[in-house]
Design a binder for this molecule. Structure first.
Ligand code: APR
Length: 260
């Protein structure tokens, strides 16, 4: 199938020059930042957040994704994320995750993949230059000693913290509404320094991620959105390509890498 997007002539020439400079000077010139959202995992069978019914796996977001919800009904919230964590064993990375991992492996310049997703499909595909800005299902946070631990099993039974031994203080390492996303300083630095900002499968409803395109555009980056439908942020991108990530992302990556 033909790719549904095209790199403009000047962008193509610029990227080619950047790739050559990267080879000859051993100092990458072109910097790519990629933001992903739930849409990149949709074809793997992970439900998006804002489906037509407005519910996330049958729950209102404010009933399972706020500190207040956790304080009100910790068993509901722990059980909800325990189920999401267990469900990761039944899904696998798709063509979009694999293409982004290939770009990570082969791009000679700087690259940072910032995901809002709490699944582990980017790393299972092989991406390494990756930040989970909204946390991860496979991590637990001890609020007693402020340590984070790789976590594969349930939290509902309030296991003790492996570091301090306190029971009842381990919670999902998920950034809920009203909490500060991870590594914001590093992300903003990368966004403001990038030449290409690529957004994939996100509705543009949730800040600060929805504002990254403005930071990148102000800094002079080329901004590209790949999404199934027009998003809340589409008007602020230089280019929007519509279609499934499993088709658009491999084509985009192929084109970028073919310039090197
Ligand atoms: N390919 C590309 N895009 C897709 C696909 C697909 N196969 N399927 C769905 N999409 C698009 C939808 O059109 C939508 O614009 O992905 C987007 C998903 O949007 P949301 O469900 O709002 O998810 P996201 O933008 O990641 O949500 C951001 O909100 O609830 C919080 O913390 C949560 O990280 C999440 C944040």
């Amino acid at each position: 199938m033909a790719p549904r997007w095209q790199v403009g002539v000047s962008a193509r020439a610029g990227l080619r020059a950047g790739c050559q400079r990267a080879e000859t000077m051993a100092m990458p010139h072109h910097r790519i930042v990629i933001l992903t959202g739930a849409g990149v995992s949709a074809e793997s069978g992970v439900p998006t957040f804002r489906g037509p019914d407005g519910l996330w796996e049958g729950h209102r977001v404010e009933d399972v994704a706020t500190p207040e919800a956790f304080a009100r009904n910790p068993r509901l919230v722990q059980g909800f994320y325990d189920q999401r964590r267990a469900a990761l064993g039944r899904v696998a990375p798709n063509a979009a995750h694999r293409a982004l991992a290939r770009l990570d492996a082969q791009w000679p310049g700087e690259l940072l993949l910032v995901t809002q997703n709490v699944d582990d499909l980017h790393e299972r595909a092989g991406s390494t230059r990756l930040i989970h800005m909204h946390g991860q299902l496979k991590s637990a946070w001890c609020t007693a000693c402020d340590t984070r631990h790789r976590w594969e099993v349930a939290l509902l039974d309030w296991p003790p913290c492996p570091a301090c031994g306190t029971a009842g203080r381990m919670r999902p390492d998920i950034v809920w509404f009203g909490e500060m996303p991870h590594e914001m300083a590093r992300i903003e630095r990368a966004v403001m320094a990038c030449d290409l900002f690529l957004s994939i499968g996100t509705s543009g409803n949730v800040y600060p991620a929805a504002g990254f395109v403005d930071l990148a555009a102000r800094a002079g980056a080329r901004t590209v959105e790949l999404n199934l439908d027009l998003s809340m942020a589409s008007q602020r991108f230089g280019e929007s390509r519509l279609g499934p990530a499993g088709e658009l992302v491999p084509a985009f990556v192929e084109d970028i890498l073919s310039l090197c």
